[in-house]
Ligand binder design. Structure first.
Ligand code: AHR
Length: 502
């Protein structure tokens, strides 16, 4: 049985916002320390940034980078992280039971982004866990005000003459989660988020603000949380956040492969909730979605480890260092497809996280840096997933999953670039069989397959490691043809595919 769909240049979903290819650096484990920052490393520059990691981050094609957390931000004192590094205090990080040295801070984060180039926009979170409106305003003044006030002059005195020009701000992190320091009810959070947003806009009306949505669709307060928070903040914020992590439960790989079904329903449910509040308020404004944490994460393993071995405040411990296999990369690719398929409303997304911590890039302290399997779908989607997302409605054979019932074997999207070229991103969820795919290209005027790259392996558990860093890489597919406006290809079992057409 074949899978099919038709592409038409007039049927589009929306333009991809480059910020869809964002990532996330939290002060957590070794994401910062011995991840992006390791002053003693052979490749470190004068600022202590590892050049081998910077090169891989550039290759990954990351745009905006969210910082400094995550759960960490709910105890964050921004003033600890500025000024001469040797004077900065060591602090308890309650979120990860670690010691924060503050050797890397706000100025270093901005310097890191600058090294990545102009597409790397900051996305800074303020602490609405242990702190509130006043501290958010102080941070904004320090970071963004040119000079002539106590805090802007302090930044200049610290060596940063130019303001950091941070446009995007997250109003706290996962405030719906009982694990969050300073966790709040929706009413409590809605009020503080609204007042923080209002005050921050008094300094600069041009900010883009993200209110915290739910930390997962399965949260008991999901949807009611969004509705309550938005009722308070609708006119004051631009985005609401979504977070989702997926892993196989009880060895149920078939359901795991269908994780994007959950991600797409999560997005659609949040859109519906936003629009419901908009309708109630008789507002013409639309709230967009910031999917600012998403990934495959073996969270249950992390939780078991934490129970077995509670941390005694170490510095930069090895935490959440998941090593991804081919199956994980296929699911990960499917999550990217889900985001692209909703590019009309998901305008920011951050892969959580960037280095070492559930990350596409791994490092060894004093040693090399390498790409995990998940690196490849991200870098390819970031490179070729720019332009108009075409409306893809698949007619696909299905399979049965315990979690989501009957599910399409094919998950796909397509993006048309400004020059008229089209890239098809497709996942075959079958673990055993190739999936013949036929795409009718209608009036797109495409004649040539430039490349069909596939990530698959005879061993679905194959992975890249310190000793074998290039065990898994994408390879050219065989059997893909384009004749008379029809693309035909046999998608390999359990595969992520990038098919570029001109
Ligand atoms: O990304 C890891 C953690 O997951 C973040 O700190 C938190 O926001 C989420 O629960």
């Amino acid at each position: 049985e074949k899978a099919r769909f038709t592409l038409d240049p007039t049927f589009t979903i929306g333009e991809v916002d480059p910020r869809l290819f964002g990532s996330f650096v939290e002060h957590l484990g070794r994401c910062v320390y011995t991840g992006i920052y390791e002053p003693d490393h052979d490749t470190a520059d004068a600022a202590g940034l590892r050049q081998d990691v910077l090169d891989l981050v550039k290759e990954l094609g990351v745009t905006t980078i969210r910082y400094p957390g995550g759960n960490f931000v709910s105890g964050y004192k921004w003033e600890d992280s500025v000024g001469p590094a040797e004077d900065r205090p060591r602090r308890l990080d309650l979120a990860w039971r670690s010691t924060e040295t503050n050797r890397f801070g706000l100025s270093e984060y901005i310097a890191f982004l600058k090294k990545l180039g102009p597409q790397a926009e900051p996305m800074m979170a303020v602490n609405l866990g242990t702190r509130g409106v006043a501290e958010a305003l102080e941070l904004q003044e320090y970071a963004n005000h040119p000079s002539g006030t106590a805090l802007s002059d302090l930044r200049v005195a610290h060596g940063d003459k130019d303001p950091f020009a941070i446009r995007m701000w997250c109003l706290g992190n996962e405030m719906d989660g009982p694990w969050q320091t300073g966790h709040k009810t929706a009413e409590e959070y809605g009020r503080v988020a609204a007042e923080t947003a209002r005050a921050m806009r008094q300094i600069d009306p041009g900010l883009e603000l993200v209110a915290c949505g739910s930390s997962g669709q399965s949260m008991e307060t999901f949807a009611e949380w969004e509705a309550t928070v938005l009722a308070e903040t609708y006119d004051l914020v631009d985005h609401i956040s979504l977070h989702a992590y997926y892993e196989p439960h009880d060895g149920d790989v078939d359901s795991f492969l269908a994780s994007a079904v959950d991600m797409e329903s999560f997005i659609e449910n949040v859109v519906a909730t936003c629009d419901h509040i908009g309708a109630r308020l008789k507002s013409k404004k639309k709230i967009n979605l910031s999917f600012d944490e998403w990934n495959v994460w073996y969270l249950s393993r992390t939780q078991e480890e934490a129970e077995r071995n509670p941390l005694d405040w170490p510095e930069a411990p090895r935490l959440l260092e998941d090593n991804y296999n081919v199956t994980d990369a296929v699911v990960f690719g499917s999550l990217l497809i889900a985001l692209l398929r909703h590019a009309d409303r998901v305008t920011i997304a951050c892969l959580a996280q960037l280095v070492n911590v559930i990350a596409p890039i791994m490092t060894e302290p004093g040693g090399p840096a390498w790409r995990q399997t998940t690196f490849f779908p991200f870098s390819q989607a970031s490179r070729y997933g720019r332009g108009q997302v075409l409306d893809v409605r698949v007619d696909s054979p299905t399979y049965e999953t315990a979690k989501y019932g009957e599910t399409d074997l094919l998950h796909a999207t397509a993006v048309r670039a400004e020059d008229g070229s089209v890239t098809v991103f497709a996942v075959n969820r079958s673990r055993t069989d190739a999936l013949p795919l036929e795409v009718a290209l209608g009036s797109l005027g495409l004649a040539t397959v430039v490349e069909h790259s596939v990530l698959s392996d005879t061993d679905p558990d194959a992975r890249n490691t310190l000793t074998e860093p290039e065990r898994v890489t994408p390879h050219p597919a065989t059997g893909t043809t384009l004749h008379d406006g029809t693309l035909t290809t046999p998608l390999e079992p359990l595969s992520w595919n990038v098919i570029r057409l001109v």
